[in-house]
Design a binder for this molecule. Structure first.
Ligand SMILES: NC(=O)c1ccc[n+]([C@@H]2O[C@H](COP(=O)([O-])OP(=O)(O)OC[C@H]3O[C@@H](n4cnc5c(N)ncnc54)[C@H](OP(=O)(O)O)[C@@H]3O)[C@@H](O)[C@H]2O)c1
Length: 287
């Protein structure tokens, strides 16, 4: 295919509403697991390019974690060096991933220091680890203005029942979990639960951690995908995940500028309604 960036104009990523406040955020965010765990120096140049194109297209939400090696420090290195006029809307999300109240506070302070920020937009309890200790602190930090939102995350279907149970008890602003055309368990309960309870949803693993690309390797795009305006498999996967009405933002990861450009190509033709994408998973199974 041609350069998908040609069809992407500045600020063209559409925004969706965060139910807790009515604030809007762009529907395409960026994950950083593995992709931003890169040493200082020239190896980070591709990431600088990706961040620049992400911002130019109107992207804002970047998701990271203390679990992701050097990802937080890479963001602390690269984001302040971006032209503020071109990156006005960073919405930084990180996580707390440890046990104990004091250890959690220490870890969150370290994350802020590594990212060179006094506050972040969203702090999440990573994989529900010791949420009982962290949730009260997240509420305190939100009241004090150190974070604007807080949330809970997981990445496996086996944790969905726990995620829903805890979310029903503590009422987070955001939930983050896995959902993709190859992994649709979230449709059964979690996505409707979030919609019914006014909780914003971040979708991790929209490419099934890259597995979806391996599944279709060497397979031509079928006619139904082209007719739906998809110029690549990546567009099929992103349009599918984003077409669920409960989804606020998907956070695919890549450290490859060509892949990033291809992923932005999902914008071409817009995101169809769920009634149009509902049959795509079955069609994909037939390939
Ligand atoms: N809270 C949690 O427990 C949790 C768990 C998992 C993930 N997450 C968050 O969610 C984000 C996304 O999840 P993920 O990184 O696991 O999986 P993902 O976004 O579904 O897939 C990422 C993989 O897809 C590949 N890829 C991306 N675009 C591609 C393209 N156009 N063509 C071919 N390959 C492509 C990437 O490789 P290249 O780099 O080579 O492009 C990478 O291997 C994470 O980065 C992280 O921020 C959170």
């Amino acid at each position: 295919m041609g350069d998908p960036m040609k069809s992407v104009t500045e600020g063209s990523i559409p925004s969706r509403i965060i139910p807790a406040t009515g604030e809007t955020i762009p529907e395409l965010g960026m994950g950083t697991w593995k992709s931003f765990d890169v040493p200082e120096g020239p190896a980070r140049n591709p990431l600088r390019g990706i961040l620049g194109r992400f911002s130019a297209a109107g992207g804002a939400l970047i998701d990271t974690s203390p679990m992701y090696g050097r990802a937080e420090s890479a963001l602390g290195d690269l984001l302040p060096r971006m032209d503020p006029a071109k990156a006005p809307r960073n919405f930084l999300a990180t996580k707390v991933w440890t046990e104990g109240r004091e250890e959690g506070i220490r870890q969150m302070e370290t994350s802020l220091r590594l990212m060179r920020r006094e506050n972040v937009d969203l702090m999440q309890v990573h994989n529900l680890v010791d949420w009982e200790s962290h949730v009260p602190v997240l509420r305190e930090w939100k009241a004090a203005g150190r974070i604007r939102y807080w949330g809970l995350t997981h990445y496996r279907e086996s944790a969905f029942a726990d995620l829903e149970r805890v979310a029903a008890a503590v009422r987070p602003d955001f939930l983050q979990f896995n959902y993709s055309i190859g992994d649709r368990d979230a449709e059964k309960r979690l996505l409707p639960f979030a919609a019914a309870n006014g909780i914003a949803v971040l979708i991790n693993r929209p490419f099934g951690e890259g597995q979806l690309f391996r599944r279709v390797r060497g397979k031509a795009l079928p006619a139904w995908a082209e007719e739906a305006g998809c110029g690549s498999w990546s567009a099929v996967f992103l349009k599918f995940a984003l077409s669920h009405p409960a989804v606020t933002c998907a956070i695919p990861a890549t450290g490859n500028p060509d892949h990033f450009g291809e992923n932005l190509g999902y914008l071409s033709g817009g995101v169809p309604g769920r009634e149009q994408t509902a049959g795509w998973a079955r069609l994909l199974d037939q390939i």
